[in-house]
Design a protein. Sequence first.
Length: 339
Amino acid sequence: MLQFLKELPKVELHAHLNGSLGMDSLCELAERLYGSASEEFSQLCARFTRFDKDSDLDACFEKFAFVHELTSTEEGLRYATELVVREFARDNVQYVELRTTPKANKSYTRREYLQHVIDAIGEARKTYPDILVKLLPSINRAEPVAVAEETVSLALEFAQSHPDLILGIDLSGNPGKGTFSDFVPILSLAREKGLKLVLHCAEIENPAEIKEMLNFGMSRCGHGTFLTPEDIELLKSRNIPIECCLTSNVKSGTVHSLEEHHLKRLMEADAPKVICTDDSGVFDTTLTQEFLLAKQTFGLTRDQCVSLTLEAVQHSFATVEERQSMATKVKNYMDSLQK
Ligand code: 6MZ
């Protein structure tokens, strides 16, 4: 099954750029930036200790801050982007929608941040032509609304110049911080102007906010851990998929164990769902591994893994032609196994 899943041309719809750098990539990045003999390099490696079971969401947000230090220069950001594309390509992911929060610091503005990521994706695709990459700029809900307004404005501008790359806006960030309603006007504007919306919703227990988000609507729902059976029925009736990130939820402590993961309830309810990594680097996983866990925990069959992949194809923001081509790759793979 591992080999089958590894070779399956997979589709990743929920991946944060700075969370998707695995240990090897982080070391490679640190080495490139500081040189392996430097004090900075040894200090960085020592700080990047692996997550343990007691980790919680706040601890994982500290880990992002660490990765952000490595991507705080143009060189670091560009190389990190290329490494992330490489990681997904090596896991035989044929399509990935990367999300990232444009940042401003002494090396770059938010506009330059996006430009560097776009350029680096272009470079990476030359080396890894088999993977199709799309970009969803993220709003960090812990930051002021003015930042979100700049992000949406940049996303709209870059969507004009790169209509095949920038497809939507993600709302993410520490779910315990910020207030969803503050972002409603800017998210509404983004949607009116044609950007798709993917919202982190129900990652923590907050019934009032969950209702507000569901009323507002979204193209896909990130996590959905604390959705009620009624909420799930509502999403099902609107054909809105829930992006399930098993390892992320367990390691960040929002779900107690794999066995208790809501993927089971979604399967029982026959609700739309996709399997995703979230932060494959920070949580030390791959999309192959997430499918394997779903198989080991809930007994997913090969056919169900293929159906979930085709479900992800349909819920991606790719064009009709791109989706057809993705589905064909899956079909060809399955046909090749019959021979
Ligand atoms: C909410 C998350 C997240 O944007 O710097 N992010 N937001 N819940 C999660 N579950 C664990 N995982 C990642 O990638 C890292 C950023 O993505 C968001 C956080 O804002 C994090 O800082 P970028 O590329």
